[in-house]
Design a protein around this ligand. Structure first.
Ligand code: NAI
Ligand code: MG
Length: 366
């Protein structure tokens, strides 16, 4: 049996970091089924050449042939471009990848867990970053299919000028399954704690439905006390960001509607040093797609200086989700070792090395 992995580098540094993820998976050798990579088209650049950002062919190959996939990043313009819509947003919906799971962990915690010691450890430059917090160990679980990202927007002209509206969709079904994912994730973690993020003091109907539905997960029929050990807290999204920056260690699993989750996970990434370190998976009941949290970084694209570690870690998360935990651990240990040594790092972490050099360093350790 082989493991068929759809590869969608898309745009910008997506094309530089996805080869690193591929190399890391290959380095595992025979400890996973033989990987078979299938290159697939998607992205803004593809749109400008062909008029489509997500070819039907890409979706059908993913659905019919692939076991999983890796996505790089897409350069979505901020202005409206006729005929264009983001392929990653569309893919999450088409493949029903309803949960975006983003673990954010301080480098120093990786170090401690790795060597099982409480002795002080000399920090690489990333941890010397005055904004980097030493004690972040949380997972943002972001609903991936609805909220404002249903993209039902319109604009009309009125006598007072233009007026624009967007629809925000929250359903019980989507809130329940993301809630179940949050409780399941918390149960597997040492602290077993879920914080529901919402703004139902203002949006009492939409966020109210999200909050109540997630809260009700432990008492759903069939759960039978499975989540009794999991503590539930809740926090309004604005003060959640405030507390995230002041006392990030209060959070274990944060579960949020799509837009809040998007913002929170980038904010959490800032606490650990760089967007270039934070991985994610998009998970559904029958498919999983790894994806670094960062975008296509046009400011550094094409220079071979993008940090490949977020993409490599995303590959590890994808493998763990598929049941290849040993392979995932080997990749993660190798990444942690490279960060701990602090000798071969890209410029976002204060280093001077190239994407390819960091990748080779990780491969050597795998
Ligand atoms: P971005 O994540 O691309 O970049 C933000 C900053 O972080 C930049 O200074 C960039 O150089 C740096 N950075 C990001 N990843 C890095 C890495 N691996 N190594 C080193 N530095 C890294 O976000 P931005 O600038 O807001 O968006 C740029 C483009 O990316 C936009 O077109 C946006 O639509 C797209 N984007 C795509 C996403 C996706 O494909 N899922 C997610 C976020 C943004
Ligand atoms: Mg984002």
């Amino acid at each position: 049996r082989s493991l068929k992995i759809g590869m969608l580098p898309a745009d910008g540094i997506g094309r530089e970091v996805l080869p690193a993820a591929r190399a890391a998976i290959l380095a595992l050798g025979s400890s996973i089924p033989k990987p078979e990579f299938i290159d697939l088209a998607a992205g803004f650049e593809h749109f400008t050449r062909t008029g489509t950002a997500l070819p039907d062919e890409t979706v059908s190959v993913l659905q019919q042939e692939c076991d999983c996939a890796m996505f790089g990043a897409v350069s979505s313009p901020s202005r409206k471009v006729t005929g264009y819509s983001s392929p990653i947003v569309a893919l999450r919906k088409k493949m029903d990848l309803y949960a975006n799971i983003r673990p954010v962990t301080s480098v120093s915690l990786h170090q401690l867990s790795d060597c099982n010691s409480t002795a002080p450890i000399s920090m690489p430059q990333v941890a010397a970053d005055p904004t980097a917090k030493p004690d972040v160990d949380l997972v943002v679980i972001r609903e991936n299919t609805e909220c404002l990202y249903v993209k039902q927007e319109n604009q009309v002209n009125t006598e007072h000028g233009k007026e624009a509206r967007a629809t925000r969709l929250i359903t019980e079904r989507a809130s329940r399954r993301i809630g179940e994912m949050a409780f399941k994730t918390a149960l597997a973690r040492p602290r077993k704690h879920v914080t529901i993020i919402h703004k139902s003091n203002v949006l009492s109907i939409t966020d109210g439905l999200f909050r109540e539905t997630v809260r009700a997960v432990p008492s759903l029929p069939g759960v039978n006390g499975k989540y009794d050990e999991v503590a539930i807290a809740e926090q309004l999204v604005d003060s959640a960001v405030y507390r995230l920056f002041r006392e990030p260690n209060i959070y274990d699993v944060m579960v949020a509607p799509n837009l809040y989750g998007d913002i929170l996970s980038d904010a959490a990434a800032a606490l650990v040093g760089s967007l270039g370190l934070v991985p994610s998976i998009n998970a559904g009941d029958s498919f999983v797609m790894g994806e670094p949290v960062h975008g296509s970084a046009p400011d550094i694209a094409g220079q071979d200086i993008a940090n490949p570690l977020a993409a490599i870690r995303s590959a590890a998360l994808m493998l763990r989700h598929l049941g290849y935990g040993d392979g995932a651990n080997r990749i993660e240990k190798a990444v942690d070792a490279v960060i701990r040594e602090g000798k071969v790092l890209t410029p976002d972490l204060g280093g001077k090395s190239k994407t390819s050099e960091v990748t080779n360093e990780v491969i050597k350790r795998i």
